[in-house]
Write a protein that binds this ligand. Structure first.
Ligand code: HSE
Length: 411
């Protein structure tokens, strides 16, 4: 049965204020924000000062507050808050993808042990209700792949550059102004934010929990006009795409890379701050979920839905995690990439199985996720831009190493 809910809110930034607006207009939900814990008491706020405190315990230990809504961008501070709230038996709604990516296993255990609910629909793909869809709708269907555009800021920047000829720095500044970007936008354009969301969705799609460091990711920070020119020649768009791809024997490959995609691809026309998730089920085949991936109101709407779900004691069942055989991450996947590098030394660190096209400063060829992960720092130091062409296949590691030795002349 539905009950009235008294909320202790942490953070009053773009999403916190979005939630405040959304809650005010919600017709069916009886919920009130009782206290808001903020970091900076000197900032001017649109609510009276009686709502605000800088003391976390004042909110956490208030027995009249039954739900903690955590919307701050500091993952470590959020970890302390959520852990304490769960241990106190309170339910928690969070939008903090980084915190969840790193600590989901422990937080799920705490939730089970102390009885509160931990819900986080807003952590992944803004207003798209993907987590509950995976948990409830696809609970008994094995998924072949989940992929998509999970970062609104990067997609906004790519759209502004390719569709409206805006420069990279100006497009990023716009994404920040509109409240899409993280306080540290490196997390958006560097592909980290997308990877955190992939970690969360890998749990709900495949029952696989991994640490972010185990996954290869690259972002759009080093993209240049040369890359857009190539995409145009190929009649393709560049999108920052996350993939979770099921391999034989209960293994799953996960990666985040800009991707060159053609007009027949479901993500081709996803523009601005929109996100999209393509779910490929064993029986349902491909389904596309599309919607606003960032911004106060769309994200606030996902938080609202979680708040509402706590009123009927909803908890994620972690059905894929709890049923069936345990899954393993496998980076042994061959992937064709377009690599534009600054120093040819990069090639000494990145083995290729096959090279389809090569000219000074760039190569299109097949490597593996494992090899990319090993070369991550070298690629980053070089400020190289790397994008997938979308061609993938399982591979035997030995073959890559042999090819690598041949290529760089090691015997
Ligand atoms: N910075 C994130 C994005 C916010 O741009 O997608 C939503 O998680």
């Amino acid at each position: 049965m539905k009950k009235n809910i008294r909320i202790g809110l942490f953070g009053f930034g773009a999403v916190g204020q979005g939630l405040y607006d959304v809650l005010k207009k919600s017709e069916g939900l009886s919920a009130s924000i009782e206290k808001i814990c903020i970091k900076d008491p000197t900032k001017s706020r649109k609510l009276p000062s009686k709502y605000f405190t800088t003391e976390a315990n004042e909110v956490l230990e208030d027995k009249s507050i039954d739900l903690i809504v955590e919307l701050i961008d500091d993952a470590e501070a959020a970890y302390t808050i959520i852990k304490k709230a769960l241990i106190l038996g309170k339910s928690v709604v969070s939008a903090n993808k980084k915190l969840l990516a790193y600590h989901q296993k422990e937080l799920i255990q705490l939730q089970n042990e102390y009885g509160g609910s931990l819900l986080y629909e807003a952590s992944s793909c803004g207003g798209i209700p993907i987590i509950r869809t995976l948990e409830e709708y696809y609970d008994n269907e094995s998924l072949r792949q989940i992929s998509g555009i999970f970062n609104g800021s990067s997609n906004y920047i790519l759209s502004q550059i390719s569709q409206k000829n805006v420069g990279y720095a100006a497009a990023l500044a716009e994404a920040q102004e509109k409240g899409f970007a993280e306080s540290d936008p490196t997390l958006d354009v560097g592909g980290y934010d997308t990877k955190y969301k992939l970690c969360i969705l890998a749990n709900h799609s495949f029952g696989l929990i991994v640490q972010p460091e185990e996954i290869f990711h690259a972002g759009i920070a080093h993209i240049s006009s040369l890359d857009f020119k190539l995409a145009k020649q190929r009649k393709q768009h560049i999108k920052l795409v996350a993939h979770g791809y099921k391999l034989p024997n209960h293994r799953v490959a996960l990666w985040v890379l800009p991707e060159l995609i053609g007009a027949d691809h479901p993500l081709y026309a996803v523009e601005e701050e929109n996100n999209a998730v393509v779910v490929e089920g064993a029986f349902s085949d491909k389904q596309l979920f599309l919607g606003k991936g960032a911004g106060g109101h769309p994200t606030g709407s996902a938080v609202l839905s979680d708040i509402s779900a706590t009123t009927y004691d909803y908890k994620y069942g972690y059905k894929k995690l709890n049923f069936g055989t345990s899954k393993k991450l496998d980076n042994n996947l061959a992937i064709e990439v377009y690599l534009r590098y600054n120093s040819p030394k990069v090639l000494e660190h990145l083995p290729f199985l096959e090279v389809a096209d090569e000219e000074a400063g760039r190569v299109i060829g097949t490597t593996t996720l494992e090899a990319l992960l090993n070369a991550k720092q070298v690629l980053e130091n070089d400020k190289a831009f790397i994008a997938s062409t979308g061609k993938i296949s399982p591979v035997k590691q030995q073959k890559v190493l042999t090819q690598f030795r041949k290529r760089v002349g090691v015997h």
